[in-house]
Each structure stands twice: as structure tokens, then as C-alpha cells.
Design a protein around this ligand. Structure first.
Ligand code: CA
Length: 232
């Protein structure tokens, strides 16, 4: 990366050995890092020196990672990867309330963590909103919710209104995993009447239409037991 600031990673981890391994692997890939080992210092650091991405442990002295992420999401879309041993919390972590972008389960492979960091930065960086307010994503995808219009590689996608909203939602954070609960609560005014399976079938149709415009691609990934993410 050419922008030095764009490659600065904040590591929040109170186990020195884990932090050191992450630092070493990130440095090998050209990232610079700052490591914090307690929860209280995280928000002041981010406000004064916003990093490109944060790796966040959940169990920390001072303040836990969930609280930190929840507060962060009130003012920032900074990408956050949670480091956790608590599989049972993953749906909540990625959901509306906490809003993490991804997670890595402990014990983790540092290579895998670096790969996730690179994937999220690659997807997050080029996303932009066009002057007319339409969402303009990289790599050929264009969605205009106002005029009910979606193109992939210049081909009209012919989406239903709900599929269009679903795609627009996924495009807000390409690479982030969206839980079914999050998608349900954002797609329907009254989400009590629909089920997880409804989302699955809309995703299936949307994926098929995207693949129609771009054959042999996997535009929407299913993350088993958690949700979906846009891979375009
Ligand atoms: Ca810890």
C-alpha cells in the first residue's frame, strides 16, 4: 500500500505472546502496528490516531471488546476483526448490536489472521458513494436504489425490490459477514413474519442473478451458521 496510514493495524490483545506473533506476521506483510493491552486505552487511541483496521480481543483488562466495538460503531465504520475463543457469541458479534466485520477463533493461525486483514482492507478501501448518492462498488457492480436499477459488468440484473435492497445492504460493507438477523431486521418493517429460510431463498435468487451476469463467479459467500458476505 502506498498510503502509510492505510496500512496501520491496531492490535488489542493482553496476552503478550499472541500480540507479538500478530505483530511479527503483520510486519512481514508490510503493515505497521500498535499494540494495546488494556480496554480503556482503545477508544482514546482510535480517536486520536485512527488505524486502518483493528484486531480486537474480547477478554481484556479494563474494558471488554464487545463494549469497545459497540461504542465504536456509534461513530465509525473502522473494520474490526474479533479474536475470540467464544464460538457461541459469533452471531451476536457480527450482528446489529456489536457490528464486528469478521472474527477469528482462538487458537488461530497468524497467517489466517493476516489473510483476513488483507481481504477486508482490499474490499473496504475502494467502496465509495457516487455523487448522485447511488452506491458505487468496485469491480463492475452498480446499484441505484432510488431508481430501482442494478448493473453487474454493465448487465441489467432485473432484481425484485427486496433483492435490490438486500444487495444494497450487502454492498454497504463488502467483505463483512452479515448475520441473518441483521439482514432480516433491515429488510422488513415487520421481521416477525419472516424466517431465516426466507432470507436464504432471497440470497439464493440474488446469487443466481449475479451469476447470470458474471458466470463462474461466487458473488455471495455463505458463512456456515453465521450469515452471508458479498465477495464481488
Ligand atoms: Ca484476553
Amino acid at each position: 500500500m502506498t498510503d502509510g496510514r492505510a496500512s496501520h493495524i491496531l492490535i488489542v490483545e493482553d496476552e503478550p505472546k499472541l500480540a507479538a506473533v500478530l505483530e511479527a506476521y503483520l510486519h512481514l506483510d508490510g503493515f505497521s502496528t500498535t499494540t494495546l493491552d488494556d480496554g480503556h486505552s482503545v477508544m482514546p487511541f482510535i480517536r486520536s490516531t485512527p488505524p486502518a483496521l483493528m484486531l480486537l480481543d474480547l477478554m481484556l483488562p479494563g474494558r471488554n471488546g464487545m463494549d469497545i466495538c459497540r461504542e465504536l460503531r456509534q461513530f465509525s465504520a473502522l473494520p474490526v476483526i474479533i479474536l475470540t475463543a467464544r464460538i457461541d457469541e459469533i452471531d451476536r458479534l457480527l450482528g446489529l448490536e456489536i457490528g464486528a466485520d469478521d472474527y477469528v477463533c482462538k487458537p488461530f493461525s497468524p497467517r489466517e489472521v493476516v489473510a483476513r486483514v488483507k481481504a477486508i482492507l482490499r474490499r473496504a478501501t475502494p467502496a465509495a458513494v457516487a455523487m448522485d448518492g447511488s452506491t458505487q462498488a468496485p469491480r463492475g457492480l452498480e446499484v441505484d436504489e432510488q431508481f430501482h436499477h442494478a448493473l453487474l459488468d454493465g448487465k441489467e440484473l432485473k432484481l425484485t425490490p427486496l433483492e435490490l435492497r438486500l444487495l444494497a445492504l450487502l454492498m454497504k460493507s463488502p467483505g463483512r459477514i452479515f448475520s441473518r438477523d441483521y439482514l432480516l431486521s433491515h429488510l422488513y418493517a415487520d421481521h416477525r413474519v419472516v424466517t431465516d429460510r426466507t432470507i436464504d431463498s432471497h440470497i439464493k435468487n440474488l446469487r443466481r442473478k449475479l451469476q447470470g451476469a458474471r458466470p463462474d463467479s461466487e458473488p455471495i459467500a455463505s458463512v456456515y451458521g453465521v450469515g452471508y458476505r458479498l465477495e464481488i
